[in-house]
Design a protein around this ligand. Structure first.
Ligand SMILES: Cc1cc2nc3c(=O)[nH]c(=O)nc-3n(C[C@H](O)[C@H](O)[C@H](O)COP(=O)(O)OP(=O)(O)OC[C@H]3O[C@@H](n4cnc5c(N)ncnc54)[C@H](O)[C@@H]3O)c2cc1C
Length: 578
């Protein structure tokens, strides 16, 4: 049952597990644990309902969902020291389904290197590629035909895709006028930009099609999939919306063997605090910002900092909220010699209305597709001079340093009255800069302090510069002749300093944040959770969301989190014999 607020929870009802957050991590846990009818789960979600929201359901409307909407937490960062002191919006989903309800739907799993590195760092082989693929990947994914019904073989190798899982995936279901040109470029410039037919095979280098979490022309989020209609009818699964968890509370006042199974929550900042106790475990799945936010308010974090705020320390752990890592991204755009770009619908309400009618009638047409149809994963040259200064931070030799994405319109900038555009977005996907999530008030309804600290590392700045130049080289292929006209905005950035300035003025998050509750080996002196995702120093609490990745996967993060949560569910079931 889904309740609009906590008053809906039947008085005296007991739950085995309380899951905080319904995003990629929380929804999987809630679904898998309630497969056993004897196990009861309550999901507490701070955000709103996602029901009957066109902007959420229609894939191409994704850019309308953030920032500054009711479906976004609307976080902002502190002024970014290395980005000309700009304050960045830091988007996170504030709705059932969490960030999967507002994200851009790219489905990318990360590489063999990524998962093997996680296994090595955590000391648990269960996180290696061979352990998660195909088992947990296939439990998550159900590959479905694209909206226009074309053969999926054109875009991917079905052998690498699951067909019995829960999150719907599909190749882009509507062609754009740049798709073929991108493919032709991968032939002409195949040294630097080779075509990769199956980037989700664990070896992602090259340029290929973008697979998206969409099904039947609609977004597939953790709300529509793992918490979809056929699952929320389970009598052992309750979900409460619009309810903020403020703290998790210890038994016995925190003395002795520290056990936490009680969740404190409220509807509003000045609303009455209420509590509920799980009989087995509390699963924190509040995401990269929400999870450390709750931990810090509960006294689990750096004792010194918390004591300055007057918060009593339960567990002195300086790692909580640290190690915040994201992919910094940036867009470059060019005027093009075509009218068949997405500006057409942005400027002409009749075109926009016709697209919507088509989508409403048959779930087909331009609105079924993602913002980008193709993407690529690329490495810096082995002899790049930056490697004299830094050890290679990529996950391994088969993993990228930067990503490149192609869009048939002007991305990241407001549409000007005239002109049609193509954008190439790039992102640093093996970054060395680390930020943090902290609090500066005792009120859990106050926004946390978020610092991405982008471009603090010279390596990231170097890689971002190289990604900008690689994008320009991509357009040197002959197929773009006569199509690409002059550059938009970045026309003067040629020298290193000019490129740096373009980056400082335009870089922004890709919203793939991880690391604020990092997984480390059980005997490590740092980190927040053990490889079984149990909170260090505490009994009764696990963290299952993006915050536990100690290093950011070379991927858009939803698929890695779904996969991680699928395994986490098995770990929990095994421990409780469910
Ligand atoms: C704009 C945007 C675009 C993105 N694009 C892509 C993409 O194309 N492909 C991709 O793979 N990834 C993308 N991502 C990232 C991906 O969506 C996230 O990595 C993933 O959803 C994170 O899963 P999670 O479970 O860690 O957290 P979330 O999905 O964010 O879920 C956390 C949930 O916890 C809830 N919560 C937090 N605090 C509390 C509290 N105190 N009480 C109760 N509930 C709470 C939140 O409301 C939220 O519902 C994007 C993200 C954003 C924001």
């Amino acid at each position: 049952t889904i309740f609009d607020n906590a008053h809906g929870i039947p008085a005296g009802k007991k739950y085995d597990f309380i899951v905080i957050g319904s995003g990629a991590g929380g929804a999987v846990i809630a679904n898998r644990l309630t497969e056993n009818p004897a196990t009861s789960v309550l999901v507490i979600e701070a955000g709103v309902s996602d029901k009957d929201q066109l902007n959420i359901t229609v894939p191409f409307y994704t850019t309308r969902l953030s920032p500054n909407t009711p479906f976004d937490w609307n976080f902002t960062t502190v002024p970014q020291t290395h980005l000309n002191n700009r304050v960045l919006t830091y988007n996170r989903g504030f709705a059932l389904g969490g960030s999967t309800t507002i994200n851009s739907m790219a489905y990318t799993r990360g590489t063999i290197d990524d998962w093997d590195r996680l296994a090595k760092l955590s000391g648990d082989q269960g996180w290696s590629w061979d352990s998660i693929f195909p088992k947990y990947v296939f439990k998550n994914e159900i590959l479905t035909p694209p909206a226009d019904g074309h053969d999926v073989m054109e875009n991917l190798d079905p052998a690498f895709h699951g067909t019995v899982g829960i999150t719907g995936t599909s190749p882009p279901g509507f062609p754009t006028s740049i798709d073929d040109k991108v493919l032709v470029t991968t032939q002409e410039l195949n040294g630097e930009f080779p075509f990769n037919h199956e980037p989700n095979s664990g070896k992602h280098l090259g340029v290929g099609w973008q697979i998206v979490t969409a099904r039947g022309g609609e977004r597939s989020s953790s709300s529509t999939s793992y918490l979809g209609p056929k699952f929320v009818v389970r009598p052992n699964l309750d979900i409460v919306l619009n309810t903020r968890v403020t703290r998790i509370l210890p038994e016995n006042g925190g003395n002795g063997d520290l056990t936490i199974r009680t969740v404190e929550y409220a509807q509003t900042a000045d609303g009455q605090r209420q509590t509920l106790k799980a009989s087995k475990e509390v699963i924190l799945a509040g995401g990269v910002i929400g999870t450390p936010h709750i931990l810090l308010h509960s006294g689990i974090g750096p004792a010194q900092t918390l004591s300055k705020l007057g918060i009593a320390s339960l567990v002195d752990n300086p790692s909580v909220g640290g190690n915040f890592t994201d992919h910094p991204g940036i867009s470059q755009a060019w005027f093009v010699n075509s009218t068949d770009t997405w500006e057409l619908a942005v400027r002409d309400p009749k075109v926009a209305a016709a697209q919507l009618v088509e989508w409403e009638k048959s779930r087909t047409g331009p609105l079924t597709r993602p913002v980008q149809s193709q993407l690529g994963w690329l490495r810096l040259p082995e002899n790049a001079k930056i490697f004299q200064q830094f050890e290679d931070p990529s996950a391994g030799p088969n993993s990228a340093h930067f990503e490149i994405l192609f869009a048939n319109g002007l991305s990241d900038f407001p549409t000007p009255p005239k002109g049609n555009f193509m954008s190439i977005l790039t992102a640093v996907v093996a970054p060395l800069s680390r930020g943090f999530v902290h609090i500066n008030s005792v009120n859990p309804f106050d926004k946390p302090v978020v610092d991405t600290n982008f471009m603090e590392s010279e390596f990231d700045l170097f890689t971002m510069r190289e990604s900008l130049l690689a994008a320009r080289r991509f357009l040197k292929a002959s197929v773009w002749k006569g199509y690409i006209l002059e550059p938009f905005q970045h026309s003067n950035s040629e020298t290193e300093e000019e490129l740096n300035e373009y980056i400082r003025n335009n870089a922004r998050p890709f919203w793939h944040g991880v690391g604020t509750a990092s997984m480390t080996p059980e005997d490590a002196s740092y980190g927040v959770v053990n490889p079984d995702l149990k909170l260090k120093g505490v009994k009764g609490v696990r963290v299952v969301d993006g915050s536990v990745f100690p290093l950011v996967p070379t991927a858009h993060t939803q698929a890695p989190i779904y996969i991680l949560a699928e395994r986490a569910a098995d770990i929990i079931k095994k421990e409780w014999d469910l």
